[in-house]
Design a protein around this ligand. Structure first.
Ligand code: BG6
Length: 501
C-alpha cells in the first residue's frame, strides 16, 4: 500500500464542466469535505475546455451537493472557496502551464517540499492519453507524489484496452494509477469480503457442495434517456457487465486473500478470473426494450440518437462457469437490463435442498445481498410456524441497514469512498491492469459474437416490464428455483416485497 497523502494536497479534476464531474466527482469531494475527510489544507482545481466563469462553474456543481442542515450549507460555501475553475485545451501546453503556476503557488503557501497531487480524469477515453502525457510533461512534480484516477470505459474490447494500457504505462506507473469501477466503492460490495470470510457459517458453505446457483442481477427502471447515442456503441454488456457485475462476481467467488492488503485481494481476484470458462455463445438471453405497454414510455429505437435498425442489447442474461475446485458445475447467471419494472441490484445465492425424509415439503435456503437500493442481507430459512401449527414456513433472517443502523450513520457514496481510498494510497477497490486484461479476455469473444450477424436478434420487452419473456426459463435452466410464495412467510415489516424476478 502506498503512503497516505499528507495534509497539503492539490486535486485537479479534468473534465470539470462535464456531467460526471457535476454529478459525481464534485459532490463526492464536497461529501468528503463535509465529513472532515479531505486533507486539512486542500485546493481543488477544475479544468476543462469550456469557458466558464468561476460563478458559472459554482452554479453548475453546487445543486448536486448533499446537505442536511444549515451547518452543511455553511460547509458548501467553505468548500466552494477551495475550488477554482480553469479553462484550457487538453492538447496544448498553455493551460497546463497556468495550472502548474497556481498549484505551485498553493504549495508554496504551505511550505510544501514534497508536492502531493491528485489528478482525476473525468474525461472521455479518447482524451486520456493526451491529458496524461501533458500532465507528465508539464505538471508532474520531480520530487513529489502523484495519483491519477481514471474512469471507465477502459477500452472497447481486449485490443483497445491493451492499447490504452500500453499508452499510459510509460507515463504513470501502476502504483500511481487508480482505475475506478464505482461499484467497488459501494457499501455492500465492500462488505462482501467480511460477510464471506468473517462468518464461518457462510465460509463453510461457500462452495459447490452446498451452493446450487449464483445470480447477480442489475435492474434499472429507466432507459437510455438522452444517452442513446453513447449507449448504442456500447450496449449493456460493456456498460455494466464486463465491469460492475463481474467485479461483484469476482469478490463473491475468489479464494480467501491472506490479508486485507490491496495486492493480496487483487491477486485473488485475478486468479479466479483466470479460472472462468470461456463464456458460451449459446448460454445467453438478449433483449431490447420497446415502448411501455401503455405507450407512455419510449422504446429504445424511438431515441433519435440511435441507429434506426439498431440491434443494441439493452438486456442481457449470461451464464458463466468457474472451472476450479470450489465452483465446478455451479451455474452462475449475470443479468442486467435497462427500462425494467424496478431499479435494484442484488446477489442471490441459492443453497442445495436438505434431505426430504422427515419433511413432506421444504424449500431451500437463499441468501440475498441487496446492493441497492436500501442495502440489505437476508437469508430465507425454514422455521416452524409459531403456535400450535406444526407446519414449516420459509421466513427471513434479516439485516436491512435502514432498520438496523441509525439514519445519522454516514454511509459514504461510492465515489466518496474511492476518492478517500486514493488519498490514503489504498488500491484495494481499484482495478489492476492484469485484472482488466483478463476481464476483457473473457468478454471480448462473446461481444464479438453478440455484435455479429450470427447472434440472435434481441427479444423485445416492453419498457417497465420484467425483461424478455424467456427469462424465467433461462434462470430455471441455471438451477434457480422460484420460491413458492404460498409457503413464504413475508415478515410483517416488509409486506410490500413481492415477486422475485
Ligand atoms: C454506469 C453505467 O457505469 O453505471 C450506467 O454507465 C449505469 O449506464 C450506472 O446507469 C449505474 O450506476 P449506479 O451507481 O447508479 O447503480
Amino acid at each position: 500500500m502506498s503512503a497516505p497523502f499528507g495534509d497539503h494536497v492539490s486535486i485537479v479534476v479534468f473534465g470539470a464542466s462535464g456531467d460526471l464531474a457535476k454529478k459525481k466527482t464534485f459532490p463526492a469531494l464536497f461529501g468528503l469535505f463535509r465529513q472532515g475527510q479531505l486533507p486539512a489544507s486542500v485546493k481543488i482545481f477544475g479544468y476543462a475546455r469550456s469557458k466558464l466563469s468561476q460563478e458559472d462553474f459554482r452554479e453548475r456543481v453546487e445543486p448536486n451537493f448533499k446537505t442536511k442542515n444549515d451547518k452543511d450549507k455553511e460547509k458548501v460555501k467553505e468548500f466552494l472557496d477551495l475550488c477554482t475553475y480553469h479553462s484550457g485545451q487538453y492538447d496544448t501546453d498553455e493551460g497546463y502551464k497556468e495550472l502548474l503556476k497556481e498549484i505551485t503557488e498553493f504549495e508554496k503557501s504551505g511550505n510544501v517540499s514534497k508536492p502531493e497531487r491528485l489528478f482525476y480524469l473525468a474525461l472521455p477515453p479518447s482524451t486520456f492519453t493526451v491529458v496524461a502525457s501533458q500532465l507528465k510533461k508539464l505538471v508532474y512534480p520531480e520530487n513529489g507524489a502523484v495519483r491519477l484516477i481514471v474512469e471507465k470505459p477502459f477500452g472497447h474490447d481486449l485490443e483497445s484496452s491493451r492499447k490504452l494500457q500500453k499508452d499510459l504505462a510509460p507515463l504513470f506507473s501502476e502504483e500511481e494509477l487508480y482505475r475506478i469501477d464505482h461499484y467497488l466503492g459501494k457499501e455492500m460490495v465492500k462488505n462482501l469480503l467480511v460477510l464471506r470470510f468473517g462468518n464461518q457459517l457462510l465460509n463453510a458453505a461457500w462452495n459447490k457442495e452446498h451452493i446450487q446457483s449464483i445470480q447477480i442481477s442489475f435492474k434499472e427502471a429507466f432507459g437510455t434517456e438522452g444517452r442513446g447515442g453513447y449507449f448504442d456503441e456500447i450496449g449493456i454488456v460493456r456498460d455494466v457487465m464486463q465491469n460492475h457485475i463481474l467485479q461483484v462476481l469476482t469478490l463473491l467467488t475468489m479464494e480467501r486473500p491472506v490479508s486485507f492488503d490491496p495486492e493480496a485481494i487483487r491477486d485473488e481476484k485475478v486468479k479466479v478470473l483466470k479460472a472462468f470458462a470461456p463464456l458460451n455463445n449459446d448460454d445467453i438471453l438478449l433483449g431490447q426494450y420497446s415502448k411501455s405497454e401503455d405507450g407512455k414510455k419510449p422504446g429504445y429505437l424511438d431515441d433519435e440518437t440511435v441507429k434506426k435498425d439498431s440491434k443494441c442489447v439493452t438486456y442481457a442474461a449470461i451464464g458463466a462457469r468457474i472451472n476450479n475446485e470450489r465452483w465446478e458445475d455451479v451455474p452462475i447467471v449475470m443479468r442486467a437490463g435497462k427500462a425494467l419494472d424496478e431499479s435494484k441490484v442484488e446477489i442471490r445465492i441459492q443453497f442445495k435442498p436438505v434431505p426430504r425424509g422427515m419433511f413432506e415439503q421444504i424449500q431451500s435456503n437463499e441468501l440475498v445481498i441487496r446492493i441497492q437500493p436500501d442495502e440489505a442481507v437476508y437469508m430465507k430459512i425454514n422455521s416452524k410456524i409459531p403456535g400450535i401449527s406444526t407446519e414449516t414456513a420459509l421466513t427471513d433472517l434479516d439485516l436491512t441497514y435502514s432498520k438496523r443502523y441509525s439514519k445519522d450513520f454516514w454511509i459514504p457514496e461510492a465515489y466518496e469512498t474511492l476518492i478517500r481510498d486514493c488519498l490514503l494510497g489504498n488500491h484495494s477497490n481499484f482495478v489492476r491492469d492484469d485484472e482488466l486484461d483478463v476481464s476483457w479476455q473473457l468478454f471480448t469473444p462473446l461481444l464479438n459474437y453478440i455484435e455479429s450477424d450470427k447472434a440472435p436478434v434481441p427479444e423485445k420487452y416492453p419498457y417497465g416490464s420484467k425483461g424478455p419473456k424467456g427469462l424465467r426459463d433461462f434462470l430455471g435452466k441455471h438451477n434457480y428455483v422460484f420460491t413458492d410464495e404460498g409457503t413464504y412467510q413475508w415478515p410483517l415489516t416488509r409486506p410490500d416485497v413481492k415477486g422475485k424476478i
